[in-house]
Design a protein around this ligand. Structure first.
Ligand code: GCB
Length: 643
């Protein structure tokens, strides 16, 4: 009976997820029916320094090779453009930049035009993109951090030769209605500023890197193709259930078959048709890192589509990794597979010297090794969605994710208007479309530290959260607050309270002795007001690596350790009640705008920007492994020292 109810619920949930989103955004993967060409490497690049930043459009730079309309420089993709040259005006640049890549397509992609779709996909570009192929406009996309794509078959298959010239005009300007928001301020006092001088203002604390940050690929599918797959999972007793819904495009006559394979390739369940459920006997559940000997267990859902195209059989195959797990929230607990889960983790940034926010495999692998060394079981994608490649590893390693959208720096009343709201809803749709099938994602965060004490925030967050829940009824929703508990107009709508506080740092600076009292009061106030579980979603202290002072003084390694220890003693009391997690700010030092309070960036990392540990990293490591050992079946010392 319990399983029956769970299944009924699952059916409606998978349907909601699939229906609300309409189209898919599957990660491009090669298969028997799909080929893929990565366009990473050197692209041609030009920033438009004309006063209105409009020269590229006036002169239609997209119509012919970029080098023919003026000088170009080499620009790597993926990477931020800001810190690759010695030119300070490019580092601070705001406006349109132009990227171009010329590629030769395999003849097989062009010959069988009837049954080959060629798709151009951009993993993410900051922030507004306009894309042309061979001079023809193929798509536009607003917002960084999330992928977009365009079917370019007609253009490339119709044009002579196999040359495909991709031009992307990219604008990093942030306005009160973008996510994140920002504003352009024109400085009109000509005794102080040159004519036309303007600055980009933002209210968030990380450098506004821009460029093509994630891989750009071309891939093919047959003309009748699998456009989307939605899965939701449940289990009861010894039966696991994977409920699926497939979206097919290109034709209405086809047949679908599905195989669910375990890691070694053995088929454990089969299905047919667009909608259905697969039952797995004795399922291997997806468990978080350190909660089980075998974390991040993934099955592989192989979807095979067969159709007749031009009198011939056409097949499309797509394989989706699937983790079977459940998530529930009670008034005091966060349950994964029915067991209480305590978030002991970090907040991160996509950030590194030279490449900025550009995807870098070496950095990604280093960071996951550090997370495992630390004993971290989770992170929040502060303050925007991270690369799909990173999320894949979270799924595979069992690192639990609070998936945050770029709702950061929303401090002005104009950030809560209808236009912002409409865009915010679209961004949540795009984020869920991308990450809905990921077992690592256990909660959506719709914003970080918005001015939720403002009255319009009530309707705004009620709407964003309701929309998010309507699309994805399977995951809890939160936003991260630093507002006063009594005046937070968004908090009533969240499932989990996430609070940031910097006691003895941004106020009572240097007074470590007030931390425990203030933190205790914070927790009690929030819990009394909402009776919902609480995550300390940020806490920390800026620390210059190598700076020492004992007794601890601000900015020294000793002070960072001391702050952590004061916080931890309160966490240890409250986690027995309703505190369900602690996420340090921050995993590593990162770049910010220049300011009197920032010395080459934010230094609250427990690792430096080059990923070397500060003393606090060892404090946290001891703590996280102890916490892990309290709640798991692992052999403690063995696992700890093996890393
Ligand atoms: C915060 C923000 C984060 C900042 C951090 C700080 O509350 O959420 O983006 O970087 O504080 O260090 O000030």
């Amino acid at each position: 009976m319990a399983l029956c109810c769970a299944l009924l619920l699952l059916c409606s949930q998978a349907l909601a997820l699939a229906l609300a989103l309409g189209r898919g955004m599957l990660y491009p993967r090669e298969s028997a029916s799909r080929e893929l060409k990565e366009l990473n490497g050197i692209w041609s690049f030009r920033a438009d320094f004309s006063p209105q930043r409009d020269k590229g459009f006036v002169q239609q730079w997209y119509r012919k090779p970029l080098r023919q309309s003026g000088p170009v420089i080499d620009m790597p993709v993926p990477a931020s453009f800001n810190e690759l040259t010695q030119d300070p005006s490019l580092r601070q640049y705001t406006g349109w930049v132009w990227y171009e890549k010329e590629v030769l397509l395999p003849r097989s992609w062009l010959l069988n035009a009837l049954n080959t779709r060629v798709v151009l996909r951009v993993g993410s570009a900051h922030y507004y993109s306009i894309v042309w192929v061979n001079g023809v406009n193929v798509t536009e996309h607003e917002g960084g951090h999330l992928p977009f794509e365009a079917d370019i078959s007609r253009i490339v298959q119709g044009s002579p030769g196999a040359l495909c010239r991709i031009t992307i005009a990219l604008n990093n300007t942030l306005t009160p209605q973008t996510l994140p928001p920002g504003s352009i301020q024109f400085m009109r006092d000509e005794s102080k500023y040159p004519r036309g001088y303007f600055v980009q203002n933002t209210r968030f604390d990380f450098f506004n890197y821009a460029g093509i940050h994630r891989p750009v690929v071309l891939y093919t599918t047959p003309s009748v193709y699998i456009d989307d797959i939605t899965v939701t999972t449940a289990w009861a007793g010894n039966i696991g259930v994977v409920r699926y819904e497939v979206l097919v495009m290109g034709n209405t006559r086809y047949s679908l078959s599905l195989n669910l394979r375990e890691k070694e390739g053995k088929v454990v369940a089969t299905g047919k048709g667009l909608i259905g459920e697969l039952k797995v006997v004795e399922p291997k559940l997806w468990w978080p890192y350190l909660m089980n000997e075998n974390p991040g267990y993934l099955y592989y859902l192989e979807v095979k589509l067969s159709a007749q195209v031009g009198g011939e059989l056409s097949e499309d195959v797509y394989t989706l990794p699937v983790g079977i797990r459940t998530v529930h929230v009670t008034s005091r607990q966060f349950l994964i597979n029915g067991k209480p889960f305590y978030f002991h983790g970090v907040n991160k940034h996509e950030d590194a010297d030279i490449r900025g926010k550009g995807l870098d495999w070496a950095l990604i692998v280093k960071d996951f090794n550090l997370l495992q060394w630390l004993g971290a079981n989770s992170f929040r994608t502060s303050h925007y969605p991270y690369a799909e490649e990173i999320m894949d590893l979270c799924d595979a390693y069992g690192i639990v994710v609070i998936d945050e959208c770029p709702g950061v720096g929303m401090k002005d009343p104009e950030n809560f208007g209808n236009k912002s709201l409409a865009h915010h809803l679209v961004v949540m749709e795009e984020l869920i479309r991308r990450d809905k099938n990921r077992p690592s994602v256990v909660m959506w965060s719709v914003a970080n530290e918005p001015a939720s004490e403002l009255l319009p925030a009530a309707y705004y967050f009620k709407t964003v959260i309701a929309h998010t829940k309507a699309i994805d009824p399977t995951r809890p929703v939160t936003f991260v607050s630093n507002a006063n508990y009594a005046h937070d107009h968004g908090a009533p709508y969240v499932d989990v309270i996430c609070i940031n506080s910097y006691f003895s740092w941004y106020h009572d600076a240097g007074h470590l002795e007030v931390i425990q009292l203030q933190l205790n009061t914070q927790f009690e106030n929030w819990y009394e007001a909402y009776q919902r579980p609480i995550i300390q979603s940020e806490y920390g202290a800026d620390t210059i690596a190598g700076l020492h002072n004992d007794p601890p003084l601000m900015f020294s390694e000793e002070y960072q350790k001391a702050v952590l220890k004061e916080y931890h003693s309160v966490f240890d009391k409250k986690r027995k009640e309703y505190v369900i997690g602690e996420l340090i700010w921050n995993f590593a030092d990162f770049m910010t705008d220049q300011a009197t309070s920032r010395v080459l960036g934010n230094k609250k990392g427990i690792f430096t920007r080059q990923r070397q540990p500060k003393a606090a990293a060892f404090v946290l490591r001891d703590r996280y492994w102890k916490l892990a050992n309290e709640s798991s079946c692992l052999h403690p010392t063995l696992t700890y020292y093996n890393l």
